[in-house]
Ligand binder design. Structure first.
Ligand code: DQA
Length: 153
């Protein structure tokens, strides 16, 4: 099948440690395993993925800027930046690309400081609390949004 387009997948701070990091909260699946699953799902729908993990806020912002004009959607787990990064929020708002926010844990069932996402208002939507399934559902949403924008061109 020929490729319909590209979706950017961004993993924020500390997500490189998935599998060993607080497994009782984030599970035992590694980031590499999540990425393989996402690649397979995307390929089935005819999309290529550009996957980036960074512990550095500015690198994630640069990646979002670079997503124009190539990427038709962004799938983002911002990690702790979710709760305070106005700079990341501004980057998402600055690009004309629909962004889907995902979290493995249910941020609304955790500590008070995690119950706010400063990014959610500028994202197309948010999926939180389903473990690895959050990524799968998030990719499904990102693909649907990407297909809409590809069809509009
Ligand atoms: C997280 C939730 C955040 O509060 C936390 O800082 C993370 C992971 C999640 O996927 O559940 O790093 O985004």
């Amino acid at each position: 099948m020929s490729e319909l387009g590209k979706i950017m997948v961004l993993h924020g701070p500390n997500l490189n440690l998935l599998g060993q990091r607080e497994p009782e909260v984030y599970g035992h699946t590694t980031l590499a395993e999540i990425n393989t699953m996402l690649q397979e799902e995307a390929a089935r729908a005819g999309f290529a993925l550009e996957i980036i993990q960074s512990n550095v806020e500015g690198e994630l912002i640069n990646a979002i800027h670079r997503a124009i004009p190539e990427c038709a959607a962004i799938l983002l787990n911002p990690g702790a930046l979710t709760h305070y990064s106005i700079a990341l929020r501004d980057a998402i708002a600055a690009v004309p690309i629909p962004t889907v926010e995902v979290h493995l844990s249910n941020i609304y069932a955790r500590e008070e400081f995690r119950r706010q996402s400063v990014l959610a208002p500028v994202c197309a939507g948010q999926i939180t609390g389903f473990g690895v399934l959050s990524y799968r559902l998030g990719l499904e949403a990102a693909i649907a949004l990407a297909q809409r924008s590809v069809r509009k061109e």
